[in-house]
Design a protein. Structure first.
Length: 187
């Protein structure tokens, strides 16, 4: 597995080796042993599966507040998405900085999102499926969202009128939220 650190410290791209032959392909998408070799020792407690039917569906910017903020390992198993990560740690030198990575069934890339970050995605094709692991259980009372078009974050989304849930349509700006994320790791 190839692991590449991105511009915002802690966010990584994981590229599993893919073995292909006349039958199809095989890859090891997750190995605790391999990740430990890179100093990643999170224990995942929940797998989540997203299906988005239409191109232009935007989800986010979602996160879970402390004390149960989540680290995520995410991949697109069908279709193509633009995955967005936003540093929401108020004491970070990259606070409010964001980055985007294209994930697809073709490129097999995965993104490692440490706790303290917000996450969003935009479907670039119809019929997308996304699988991701988290290291904290879902806690509805700590579940939060930031407006996808928050001007203080200023994400360069390649769309003007995305398909949004009511939760995402009514999300507050970061400055109006109760976001309590910081550099201290809760694990």
């Amino acid at each position: 597995m190839k692991i590449t650190e991105l511009e915002i410290k802690g966010v990584k791209i994981l590229e599993p080796e893919v073995f292909e032959d006349f039958r199809g392909s095989y890859s090891e998408s997750y190995s605790a042993r391999t990740l430990m070799e890179y100093g990643i020792d999170n224990i995942f407690v929940q797998d989540n599966h997203i299906k988005s039917i239409k191109k232009g569906t935007l989800r986010g910017i979602h996160y879970q507040n402390n004390p149960k903020s989540q680290t995520k390992l995410l991949r697109c198993t069908r279709g193509k998405i633009l995955d967005i990560v936003v540093d929401l740690r108020k004491d970070s030198t990259t606070y409010k900085k964001w980055l985007g990575v294209e994930l697809s069934e073709e490129n097999n890339k995965q993104i490692w999102i440490p706790n303290g970050f917000g996450h969003g995605l935009l479907t670039l094709t119809d019929n997308c499926e996304i699988l991701y692991k988290v290291d904290e259980f879902y806690e509805p009372n700590l579940d939060r969202v930031i407006a996808w078009n928050d001007p203080d974050i200023n994400i360069d989304w390649p769309i003007d009128n995305p398909i949004l849930s009511s939760k995402d349509k009514n999300a507050p700006l970061l400055k109006d939220s109760d976001c309590n994320l910081n550099m201290e790791v809760n694990k």
